[in-house]
Design a protein around this ligand. Sequence first.
Ligand code: SF4
Length: 349
Amino acid sequence: MPIYSYSRVNTYFTCPAQFQFRYIEKRPSPVAEGVELFLGSRFHETMEFLYHQIPKRVPTVNELMEFFKNHWENHWKQALQKQKDRNFNETLRIVNQSQAIEDYYQKGQLFVENYFHQYHPFDQDETVGIEQRVTFDLDAKGQYKMQGFIDRLGRDDEGTLWIHDYKTSSRKLSEEDVKNEDQLALYQIGLAQSPQFGTKEKIKLIWHFVAFEKDQVVSERNPKELGWLKEKYISKIETIEKAKSYSTKPGILCQWCEYLSVCSDGKGWVANKKKKSDAKATIEPFPTPVAIKSLSPSSVSPAFAEKPVTEAAIVSASPKVEEAVNPKRRKSPFRYVSPDQLSLFTIGR
Ligand code: SF4
């Protein structure tokens, strides 16, 4: 039986066919890397750099932003090379067509800058692990094994261990939502089994939704809940191990699936969804948000009224994303999109 990870288990329950392509057939992705994943990786690298530097010297915000910029550029060049070698249509895959690569780059800059201002001088806890690998058993016999990587592990003045996780998505989970998030709680099981930490540690779980000004959401798990979690994942792994076939499970996530081009069910679902949204746009060319509907026609901005609002635009203009615009950042003197940078973005697009 393989060692399972949180994502390996959950890929199966999201779509068994995707699980088959990725983990059984190990098919290389037929399309370029998604821009969201690319941005998330650059942000994680920047955090790694930051917390490796801190014991020696706290970097300045300029140094941190420079690090992000250099890593973005280097990985962009690698993505260009991959596009050439593998004949991809694009350098990075963008699903949300209302956004361009430079928008994601600028979002990344804002995330880094906001994180810096929020936590500087970074003395909330002392880092005891970065990209810390945890391996653990779900059962007493050691038949069901899992592993994972903790973005950062910190210990505060009271001795509590904090499992930190960075999320760059534009959706923030509430405290209620994270009670049902298993990934960090599984890592807690891993730490309890580690000789370095053990069962006596007091552990807290902290998610950083870095697209938001107040990024953190904290949660805890008690021993009973951890016991249930082990049972839940043993049962999930048993289901996967017993699987004889891997059916498709088309849905909204097909749009981001790297195997969409080779999956007829997924393609059908996406085409159908597009047809429905096109039809809706024909019936109601200017889908109007509820708040605007209550205003008199004369108070609606002509610019808004003239612009057809796509679903993507509504998502990107959601209050949560708006909340992510930090006034400090608006005033920031840092503007890292040089002409060179912009030319990098346009090559191959
Ligand atoms: S495109 Fe959709 S249905 Fe097909 S493998 Fe991907 S997620 Fe599954």
